[in-house]
Design a protein around this ligand. Structure first.
Ligand code: SF4
Length: 348
């Protein structure tokens, strides 16, 4: 199997000088899906690239369109494993949610991906390749994508090096040239990863922590694997991150009926965030068969929201898109008849 061109840092692309720039332009500006299409490179250069590198990490790409305009992509990798991305077009921007793993070792109890177990980490090229594949399918330049969130399948901080390389490809001016303010890394709460991210001075991407509960008992019920740290450790790392970077932190909070949506939990969450520059995103759960959880009723969601606001906590409700098209993260891969089951490995 040929190495993936997209696994390289843009400064290491295998041509020199302006030829390298042309190659990067073909990949990231024109969105060329084959070396053959790169017509201002010589025939010999195109042939050499074709013999030495693969451009597309996926052997199959399937799409599931939602009534709200978002499109879920189910990608089959060269080892037949499957993972997903979601493309969300808005009037003023194109947004993508990408995966960083096949499956996930965190096993959050409400998450379809968690139910799959851990398959393997994705390489940087397999992460960036999700953007290119969406751009090829939607017929726009990859550079038109303005927002990216690492919130698909997988725990980003447990695939740290490849996620950092992917981020550098996203931000590189000759690659995707994205704004660091428009790239968000989500973690279930890996304290050492949060501290490492604070040291990546050249990146400056945004951090979202999937807290999901403000008390240890509830959190351990929702995230039972111990992949994440204790709430106290996470909040300590978050405060250190903020002191070092000065950046606001998003707190993701999936609302689960009768589990984490009590008003005392809103009070406790506000207490945890006291003195921090943060923003809470309340996310109505995307129900899936067999999850054992249900969505918080609208009235309770509003009450929880109001309670946070009464404490002066900036809060919004983030409604999932694509609910009719495979809905929750991991559901498509979980549902595929005859899919290769995730061969579970030890978490990295
Ligand atoms: S919610 Fe995220 S971290 Fe938790 S199991 Fe799902 S993909 Fe993994």
């Amino acid at each position: 199997m040929l190495p993936l061109l997209l696994d390289l840092h843009p400064d290491q692309y295998p041509l020199e000088g302006y030829r390298r720039k042309q190659l990067l332009e073909w990949v990231f500006v024109h969105g060329a899906s084959s070396f053959e299409a790169m017509t201002n490179l010589s025939a010999a250069q195109r042939q050499a690239l074709d013999e030495q590198y693969a451009l597309n990490p996926f052997i199959r790409t399937e799409t599931f369109e939602s009534n709200d305009g978002s499109v879920k992509y189910l990608f089959t990798l060269s080892d037949n494993r499957q993972m997903e991305a979601v493309y969300m077009p808005y009037l003023d921007r194109k947004t993508i949610c990408v995966s960083t793993m096949v499956g996930c070792p965190a096993k959050c109890a409400f998450c379809a991906t968690g139910a799959m177990g851990f398959g393997r980490n994705l390489s940087a090229g397999e992460i960036v390749g999700q953007i290119l594949a969406v751009a090829w399918h939607q017929d726009f330049s990859p550079r038109e994508l303005r927002n990216l969130v690492f919130m698909g399948m997988g725990e980003s901080m447990l695939n740290y090096d490849q996620v950092m390389l992917a981020s550098r490809i996203l931000l590189h001016p000759l690659a995707l040239g994205m704004s660091k303010r428009r790239v968000t890394l989500s973690t279930v709460g890996i304290a050492r990863g949060i501290r490492r991210l604070a040291e990546e001075d050249d990146l400056g991407i945004k951090l979202a922590i999937s807290l999901h509960a403000p008390d240890e008992e509830t959190r351990q019920r929702i995230i039972p694997t111990g992949a994440a740290n204790s709430i106290a450790e996470i909040m300590q790392a978050a405060r250190e991150y903020q002191a070092k970077t000065g950046r606001r932190i998003s707190m993701e909070y999936t609302m689960l009926s009768g589990i984490n949506d009590h008003l005392w939990q809103a009070d406790l969450l506000a207490e945890l965030l006291r003195g921090m520059v943060s923003h809470v995103n309340l996310i109505p759960m995307n129900p899936w068969e067999g999850s054992g959880f249900s969505e918080t009723p609208e009235q309770q969601l509003q009450a929880f929201y109001d309670r946070l606001e009464s404490h002066g906590v900036p809060v919004s409700v983030r409604r999932s898109r694509g609910r009719d098209a495979g809905a929750a993260c991991g559901q498509l891969a979980l549902k595929q008849p005859g899919r290769q089951a995730v061969q579970e490995q030890a978490a990295p």
